[in-house]
Design a protein around this ligand. Structure first.
Ligand code: NDP
Ligand code: MG
Length: 413
């Protein structure tokens, strides 16, 4: 197993002086994208924005262009790109507007760029992540689905391209911060990693009422404001399922050394337990600007804009076993993580595709909340992938799994 995060030197010469970085922010109009720009705006001396990309949110992208003056702004939807170009033309901005998704790879791998924030949602971000990896960029990975689908191929491209892969997901950033500097000691000294999970909006909801959940309820997370897809994933705990797979690839640990504990307050962002039973954790207020600032500033620490954690006014921190009977009924999807990691290569990508299709169908009112898991299970049964070796194989796998999931949805009454 190659572990890209393992390959990072934790200390660099001259590390007290942060180097100026030129950025491409993929998915700048989303929740992670806007938080990234919030941190970037606090450090004009450290960052220049080369490219911003979005899909549909034109007005927000225009505001970002006015503020950050990127060389390029891309909108995946052609109509949105056209409207953005019209808006840009009313100003003296030099930003070049691009429509469609074809140029995402180029913007992620452009020679002018040092650092790429990968914050597109879903497997739609896979190709641009791989392009940044091959081009040897510093790759800040929020887009967990890309790693779940890309798996070993993603890691091998990071390694062969000489890229630096830094986790942005708060749990994985916490683990990275809690691991020892010398990655060669990890397999010897780490007993396990423990991912915390808030349990989302339905942690206490009676399992037999979950079929009544509406998209509005599912998207109302108690601790985090996030995009719709990850909000639904948090409500089903499929987000934690994807994060277990993400942790396996990022830290090169076997699935048996990855555990999940429910921690409703989202203050402890994850932990590492060592052979001597010591546990090292990273704590902070639930604000994605903290892991984003860590990734942007690494190996230094830069200001994030987040509130300081005040222990005297923090609610009592509690922890629950996710593996109780009740939680197994509420969150059946989480256990799929360990199953797909044991199954044939490519299976995590099938699960991811099924889940993306199921969540979109749920949000569109076509299927019920508990049917998301049913679609995921039945798609895994219906479609057995061939081991993927290239990006084309991965895209083919993703597309076949999506068709299988659509077929399953069509067969639901
Ligand atoms: P959002 O839905 O808020 O944003 C997604 C971004 O991707 C937007 O810029 C959107 O454009 C763009 N986009 C949507 N579809 C496409 C497409 N087909 N091709 C290219 N770009 C597209 O998501 P989040 O910011 O919440 O999440 C982004 C990623 O980060 C996800 O993988 C998520 O799991 C991960 N993550 C998010 C966290 C959070 O707190 N939000 C925490 C940890 C990880 P537009 O808005 O213009 O339509
Ligand atoms: Mg997370």
């Amino acid at each position: 197993m190659i572990s890209a995060v393992k390959d990072l030197p934790k200390t660099q010469s001259n590390s007290s002086v942060a180097k100026h970085q030129v950025l491409t922010i993929l998915g700048s109009t989303g929740s992670i994208g806007t938080s990234t720009l919030d941190v970037v705006a606090r450090h004009p001396d450290l960052f220049t924005v080369f490219a911003l990309t979005g899909a549909r949110r034109v007005d927000l992208m225009f505001e970002q262009c006015v503020r950050f003056k990127p060389t390029y702004a891309l909108m995946v939807e052609e109509g949105a790109a056209k409207r953005l170009a019209e808006l840009v033309n009313t100003t003296d901005l030099k930003t070049l507007v691009i429509g469609g998704s074809k140029a995402l790879d180029e913007l992620a791998s452009h020679p002018s760029v040092d650092t790429v924030m990968a914050a597109i949602v879903g497997a739609a971000g896979l190709s641009s992540c791989l392009a940044a990896a091959r081009a040897g960029k510093r790759l800040l990975l929020a887009n967990k689905e890309a790693l779940v689908v890309g798996g070993d191929l993603f890691l091998s491209q990071v390694q062969s391209g000489g890229a630096k892969l830094l986790p942005i997901d708060s749990e994985h950033s916490a683990i990275f911060q809690s691991l020892p500097q010398d990655a060669s000691t990890w397999s010897e000294c780490v007993e396990k990693i423990i991912l915390t999970a808030s349990g989302g909006p339905f942690r206490n909801r009676a399992p037999d009422t979950l079929h009544l959940v509406t998209p509005g309820e599912a998207c109302r997370h108690p601790n985090w404001v996030m995009g719709q897809k990850i909000s639904v994933d948090s409500a089903t705990m499929m987000n934690k399922c994807l994060e277990v797979i993400e942790a396996h690839y990022l830290f090169g640990l076997p699935p048996s050394k990855i555990e999940v504990v429910i921690h409703p307050q989202s203050i402890v962002h994850s932990m590492v337990e060592y052979k001597d039973t010591s546990v090292v954790a990273q704590l902070g207020t639930p604000d994605m600007r903290v892991p984003i600032a860590y990734g942007l500033g690494w190996p230094n620490r830069i200001e994030s804009g987040a509130q300081t954690l005040r222990f005297e006014s923090t609610p009592p921190m509690t922890f629950e076993d996710f593996d109780s009977n009740e939680h197994r009924l509420r969150f059946p999807g989480l256990l799929l993580a360990w199953q797909v990691l044991k199954a044939r290569p490519g299976t995590p990508g099938v699960l991811n595709a099924a889940n993306e299709v199921a969540v979109a169908s749920f949000l569109a009112g076509k299927i019920g909340f508990t049917q998301i898991h049913e679609v995921n299970l039945r798609t895994l049964d219906l479609y057995e992938p061939q081991a993927p070796h290239t990006l084309d194989d991965l895209l083919e796998l993703d597309s076949c799994a999506r068709s299988a999931a659509e077929q399953v949805i069509g067969s639901l009454s």
